[in-house]
Design a binder for this molecule. Structure first.
Ligand code: AMP
Length: 248
């Protein structure tokens, strides 16, 4: 079974995003970029399935600028076998990404596509669900555990108030939650080896996908600054204060 793992290059999770002065978006100039953390978990899970003998090949895909090659090399250094960069400098919305992934899935015929549950730059949480719909295949989103059984995948999902188990007929689409695994660090020899693994470069037009945005960003602004708290001496004062504020 082949596994397709879409990985997105995003602003590093340790960086505090700065809003551009004209309010049109987040300033990415000279900002550290990395693989979306949920996608690292997806790559790790795919590699573990390969190590268990469930999968035979892991293919990483990224839709983004030329620099997304670095993100794909990271996936290759972790253990993916080859990579596809669908190069574009446009900001690509989840629907366009899902359409490109659908075309790649038609070509590659993966038994499983594992994506992150959301990209931490747009927080959309849409691409995996849209891809499953376009492919007409089952989906197990927010996976905290994945096991393979015959031609099925057992996925434990994190849902409000607990866990839900679903049994998916393969091929299927899975999106990863934080607790699925702890991604490995790439070793130096593997980083060196990754440099010679195959990386194909394509464009959205190769897949017949129009990446023109369907959404218009009206304005991007900083969240309101949190008000300072106050200290009260005892419970009576707390209750009085809550009554005064109208919350008790
Ligand atoms: P989103 O729907 O934007 O929150 O993204 C969910 C997941 O879809 C991400 O964790 C990635 O696995 C995948 N994805 C989204 N955008 C891209 C992209 N440009 N290239 C590759 N994968 C992507």
């Amino acid at each position: 079974m082949k596994i397709l793992v879409p990985v997105k290059r995003v602003i590093d999770y340790n960086v505090k995003p700065r809003i551009k002065a004209d309010g049109t978006g987040v300033d990415l100039a000279n900002v550290k970029m990395s693989m979306n953390p949920f996608d690292e978990i997806a790559v790790e899970e795919a590699i573990r399935l390969k190590e268990k003998g469930v999968a035979s090949e892991v293919v990483a895909v990224s839709v983004g600028p030329a620099k997304a090659q670095e993100t794909l090399r990271t996936a290759l250094a972790m253990g993916a076998d080859r990579a596809i960069l669908v190069q574009t400098d446009d900001a690509v919305e989840p629907l366009a990404v899902a359409k490109i992934l659908k075309s790649i899935a038609d070509e590659e015929q993966p038994g499983l596509v594992i994506l992150g549950k959301q990209a931490i730059d747009d927080d959309c949480n849409q691409t995996g669900q849209m891809l499953a719909a376009l492919m007409g295949r089952p989906q197990g989103t927010f996976a905290s555990e994945v096991a393979c059984e015959d031609e099925h995948l057992l996925v434990t999902r994190e849902v409000d108030g607990g866990f839900e188990s679903v049994r998916l007929a393969l091929p299927a689409v899975v999106t990863t939650d934080l607790r699925l695994n702890e991604p490995r660090y790439a070793s130096l020899p593997n980083i060196m080896k990754a440099k010679s693994k195959p990386l194909a470069t394509k464009s959205p037009t190769d897949y017949g996908v129009d990446t023109a945005p369907r959404l218009k960003t009206v304005k991007v602004s900083e969240p309101a600054v949190r008000q300072a708290g106050i200290k009260v001496p005892d419970v009576d004062a707390l209750v009085a204060k809550l009554k005064e504020l109208g919350v008790a």
